[in-house]
Design a protein around this ligand. Structure first.
Ligand code: SF4
Ligand code: SF4
Length: 164
């Protein structure tokens, strides 16, 4: 199956899979963190060996990323802008009071789904979709929703279900 096929399957099946993903994560709430993170780590590698983010970019197209002041300073410096001007042009505060990019798709999503500020992108973009680096168990509450946005998270949850 090609990367595009995986993304296509995700589009077709994500809605119907929502309830079973929620059940899976509820069951996992009783599981031990260490083996869960180890399983997630290996499925994360597997998912991203099959799915190419450049065929997708759905996160960049549909979820405005969170920024912190360090991100804003770093990106502004990279763009040769004052931090205040960068914030005026690109940043807003969302309903939870968090600083986020002010447009969706992200204003830095470039041609062919490349990120125009990849080397200095926000920490939240580097960490998304929170399934590697031993993040999975601590962020269980996010994965069912993220599977609706990210074909790799969908793949990971589908494979985890098979193992139970
Ligand atoms: S939604 Fe997931 S698979 Fe798609 S670009 Fe983002 S991280 Fe990659
Ligand atoms: S900063 Fe780059 S990686 Fe982050 S959402 Fe925008 S385009 Fe995507």
């Amino acid at each position: 199956m090609s990367s595009i096929d995986h993304i296509e399957e995700w589009r077709k099946r994500k809605q119907e899979a929502k309830a079973s993903h929620k059940k899976l994560l509820k069951r996992l709430s009783k599981a031990k963190d260490k083996p869960m993170n180890e399983r997630a780590e290996s499925l994360h590698q597997e998912a991203f060996s099959k799915i190419d983010c450049l065929d997708c970019a759905n996160c960049c197209k549909s979820i405005p990323p969170l920024l912190n002041d360090t991100d804003a300073r770093r990106i502004a410096r990279h763009l040769g802008m004052k931090e205040a001007r960068f914030k005026d042009e690109y940043v807003t505060i969302d309903e939870d009071g968090d600083m986020v990019m002010n447009a969706s798709p992200c204003p830095f999503l470039g041609e062919n789904n490349y990120c125009d500020i990849y080397e200095v992108r926000p920490k939240a973009c580097r960490e998304y979709p929170h399934t590697d680096d031993y993040q999975f168990a601590g962020l269980k509450h996010l994965h069912a929703t993220n599977a609706q946005y990210c074909p790799a998270v969908f793949y990971i949850l589908e494979e985890m279900q098979k193992g139970l």
